[in-house]
Design a protein around this ligand. Structure first.
Ligand code: SF4
Length: 356
């Protein structure tokens, strides 16, 4: 089984952020209740834990004693095959790295190596912090770490983007994620009227990323994710393959068979339910078998190395497939198994929708 812990706290709010997170110091007993819930799940399910992922928010914003308690208890109780955590470069100190003992994979929110771009995004770290964080992580013996970068940032030149990619590669991470900036309603960027860059320019940046990263030996195994062979994120692959996962914490999602559960986004509600021994407020959707099948199909399209097995009975869909292969949007990677090409990834949503 797979477990995700959500830490919905950040030290400041990024201007593009549409995620639920609070800029509060995390409450003292938040971690204690996360761990209590984990122990209940382990006791109830009696299954080996395959992956654990601590995400946010900003897990590295937890006070060190809490972070240490969270990690050491997870290691002692579950010893997962893969144990990932997200960190902000500004938080990485020798003491924090020491608290990560037992983690097997560190994901660093680099976003850019240009200080002007980082300022524009409202990030609280500088490019030098990324370098320093990687040095500390490496010197503590961690070899499996990833960097996240953001593409399609208004005002960022092609040269600046290329430099960020090259500086990321120079640090030899095992994994690189590339996310496209989108201006979501309710974010500071949206309120400021920040205008997204043209689609063609965004595509050009994503295609540049693919060529720089492929040359450096990273395979694009999912639309937004590249890795050295063997370093693909097992937790995310489990989620994309439709495996069950338990989400623990305010705002966390779980997938349990056909159930999709979303814990209350309100950390205060979550915590007081825990403190009073009540059920956490949550919303739940129960999918039909067909909806579940379609959801799996949708995510399978995003896995570019694996592709999707298509046995099409409809002549209309067969003709569409033939056209998309001729247009180099889809390619056959094994008999009757198809994946998106680089061109296909640029219009992924419409291609996927056509085969749903
Ligand atoms: S660190 Fe992540 S979750 Fe926190 S404000 Fe920035 S983008 Fe949002």
């Amino acid at each position: 089984m797979n477990i995700y812990f959500h830490i919905p706290f950040c030290k400041s709010k990024c201007k593009y952020c549409a995620f639920y997170s609070e800029t509060l110091p995390p409450p003292a007993d938040y971690v204690e209740y996360l761990l209590l819930e984990m122990k209940e799940i382990l006791h109830r399910e009696k299954q080996q834990v395959k992956t654990v992922y601590i995400g946010g928010g900003t897990p590295s914003a937890l006070p060190l004693p809490q972070l240490r308690q969270l990690i050491s208890t997870i290691v002692a109780e579950c010893s997962p095959e893969e144990f990932s955590i997200e960190v902000n470069p500004a938080d990485v100190t020798p003491e924090l790295v020491d608290a990560l003992h037992g983690v097997t994979r560190i994901s660093i929110g680099a976003q850019s190596f240009d200080n002007n771009v980082l300022d524009f995004l409202g990030r609280r770290h500088k490019a030098d912090d990324i370098i320093r964080a990687v040095e500390l992580i490496k010197s503590a013996g961690f070899t499996n770490f990833g960097l996240d970068l953001i593409a399609a940032i208004p005002g960022m030149t092609k040269e600046c983007w290329e430099q960020s990619l090259e500086r990321a590669v120079a640090l030899s991470p095992t994994h690189i994620s590339i996310y496209n900036l989108s201006i979501e309603e309710g974010t500071p960027f949206f309120k400021q009227g920040v205008v997204p860059i043209e689609d063609d320019d965004a595509m050009e940046q994503l295609s540049l990323a693919q060529s720089v990263l492929n040359v450096a030996g990273y395979g694009r195994y999912e639309i937004s994710n590249y890795a050295n062979p063997g370093f693909e994120c097992k937790h995310n692959l489990a989620v994309w393959h439709g495996e069950d996962y338990f989400g623990i914490g305010a705002g966390a999602y779980s997938r349990l068979g056909l159930r999709r559960i979303h814990n209350t986004d309100n950390w205060h509600e979550w915590l007081s339910a825990k403190q009073n021994g009540n059920k956490i407020p949550y919303t739940e959707e129960i999918l039909s078998e067909e909806e579940d099948f379609n959801e799996r199909k949708f995510t399978q399209w995003r896995l570019l190395n694996e592709g999707i097995n298509l046995q099409l009975n409809s002549p209309k869909k067969q003709a569409l497939l033939k056209t998309l292969i001729e247009q180099n949007i889809i390619h056959e990677i094994m008999p009757e198994t198809y994946a998106l090409t680089l061109r296909g990834t640029e219009i992924a949503d419409s291609v996927i929708a056509a085969f749903m």
